[in-house]
Design a protein around this ligand. Structure first.
Ligand code: AMP
Ligand code: ZN
Length: 518
């Protein structure tokens, strides 16, 4: 079987949307390879072929993982907003990702196998069940945080044949060799090894440490395409005997299979620059003789309360652990995208609370606009021009290396424009308001949930609060303040505070948020 996509190694993009018009805009992103912000240059105008490394499904994905996936999501939304069609592939790693993965040729145990042996792993009959469970949980979290679905989400275990064929081809072409422990890619055989990370041949000895003790390896940095292991929990028969593929191989093979020989853009978290992406480049370019990806982006790590997230210290949050504490999924999303992806982001209690407050503003604007559409008068549209301008500014910020801080600030300014006239919006203003919120939601995904999520509902305290009562108390407090009865106003604030409702005063009135504690 010939695996090279024909005739030109490019997978078809699919039908561009008839409704969308390509704008003059382009999308500029920081490229890790050339170390500069530059416009994405598409192989085929209007079609972005995009691969982003997905999760290893050995436990619940944490919010750091989601920060990285959200960067990819924002690329897709921005690309669509300027009229491009996006062909997006993001994989599921369910075999071969070893615990010591910071070196070229990883060592240690398969993360899937070690998870099965852990306390949480006891509930599963086997590693396949464990993988399925965490993949399902991951997909739910993904949907809750409003991430766009990829066109395909291929699993490593479903592409075994293609990985074995790729390893065979690399041996045939002189890039790989077999030893008693596996099949290794010879980094010396590929001239460009190190071009993404700077871990070049000269620097390699500093950048790697020996993990796999195999005297037959030609170089320490040579990395496994196939591990021979007839004791491994997940194993397949290959021309090299029983075993499993090296982690890096799946992405090379699946990216090529679904998107073609050359991608427009490849993404991941900062830890993937080396070794994962460096090794993907070596394998792919050795196989095809063509550039693997024309652009590379990497998201800097998320920290929690100023520290590295770590299961050991308990400084570790998953989407569901935050939902259980009462956070709105859209607020989690908001907090995770509030900082620019090229800078590290610190996730804090305060950041999440602020995000909750901001999400409330969008919800209230949405409700005001819906009310205007239903009951608004025949007056003129008084907000459309200002809102269109703010949307354009938010989009400009996003096309300029995904500047989410500016884009979110512009988006929020729009809610102020709507709220200022909330009580008196005409139908025409309601239409402009709706158009604005629809477009902001398409661009940033923070106004409303985009789809229903199957699976166990998370009961949040937010869903238990009595909104009408809170509003009545806020109105009573405003009246008390007006009558200079500050004691009563204070009492109301304290009463709500004790129930976990925080009041926030602003020139447009008083908002409330459900308080969260990390
Ligand atoms: P994994 O499930 O370990 O394969 O990781 C999935 C993705 O999450 C990869 O792109 C990682 O680079 C990324 N990632 C892991 N930890 C963090 C973090 N703390 N902040 C941002 N991204 C992360
Ligand atoms: Zn990958």
């Amino acid at each position: 079987m010939k695996l090279t996509p024909e005739p030109n190694g490019i997978a078809p993009c699919g039908q561009p949307s008839k409704l969308r018009q390509m704008s003059e805009r382009t999308l500029r992103l920081y490229d890790t390879m050339t170390r500069q912000v530059k416009p994405l240059e598409l192989i085929e105008p209007g079609c972005l072929r995009f691969y982003s490394c997905g999760p290893t499904v050995y436990s619940y994905a944490h919010i750091g993982n989601f920060r990285t996936f959200l960067t990819a999501d924002l690329v897709i939304r921005t690309a669509e907003a300027i009229g491009w069609t996006v062909k997006y592939v993001s994989n599921i790693t369910d075999v071969g990702h070893l615990t010591q993965d910071d070196v070229a040729d990883a060592g240690g145990e398969d993360k899937m196998a070690s998870a099965l042996k852990s306390k949480e792993g006891e509930q599963f009959n086997n590693v396949w069940e464990l993988a399925e469970y965490y993949e399902d949980a991951f997909r739910e979290d993904w949907a809750r945080l409003n991430l766009r679905e990829p066109f395909v989400r291929p699993r490593a275990t479903q592409h075994m044949r293609e990985q074995i064929v790729a390893a065979e081809q690399l041996i045939e072409q002189g890039y790989a060799y077999e030893t008693p422990t596996g099949v290794y890619f010879s980094v010396d055989s590929f001239k460009g090894y190190g071009k993404l990370s700077g871990n070049t041949q000269e620097n390699l000895r500093k950048a790697v440490r020996e993990v796999v003790l195999d005297d037959n390896k030609k170089e320490q940095a040579d990395f496994a395409l196939w591990k021979k292991d007839d004791k491994h929990l997940m194993q397949w028969y290959s021309p090299f005997g029983w075993g499993f593929p090296g982690w890096h191989l799946e992405c090379s093979v699946m990216a090529r299979m679904y998107l073609g020989d050359t991608l427009d853009l490849h993404a991941g978290g900062e830890d993937l620059v080396f070794p994962h992406h460096e090794c993907e480049i070596a394998q792919s370019e050795a196989l095809t003789g063509k550039p693997f990806s024309n652009h590379w982006i990497h998201t800097r790590f998320l920290q929690v309360n100023g520290e590295k997230m770590s299961k050991r210290t308990g400084n570790f949050y998953t989407v569901r652990s935050l939902l259980e504490k009462g956070a709105d999924p859209l607020a989690i999303r908001y907090a995770l995208i509030s900082g620019i992806y090229t800078k590290p982001l610190n996730f804090t209690d305060q950041g999440l609370s602020d995000a909750m407050g901001n999400i409330e503003r969008f919800k209230r604007s949405d409700a005001a606009v819906a009310a205007a559409l239903e009951n608004g008068g025949d007056g003129p549209d008084t907000i459309g021009v200002a809102l269109d301008e703010l949307y354009e500014q938010a989009l400009d910020a996003m096309t300029n290396d995904l500047n989410t801080s500016v884009a979110l600030a512009k988006a929020l300014e729009g809610t102020r424009v709507i709220q200022r006239e909330a009580e008196s919006l005409s139908k025409a203003s309601g239409e402009s308001g709706k158009r604005y919120l629809d477009r902001i939601n398409a661009l940033l995904g923070i106004v409303r949930p985009e789809r229903e999520v199957a699976g166990p509902a998370v009961v949040t305290p937010a869903s238990k609060v009595d909104e009408a009562r809170i509003q009545a108390l806020i109105d009573e407090r405003a009246a008390a303040k007006k009558a200079k009865n500050f004691a009563r106003a204070d009492e109301i604030r304290k009463e709500l505070d004790a129930e976990g409702i925080e009041l926030r005063d602003s020139p447009e009135g008083t908002n409330w948020v459900v308080k969260t504690a990390l």
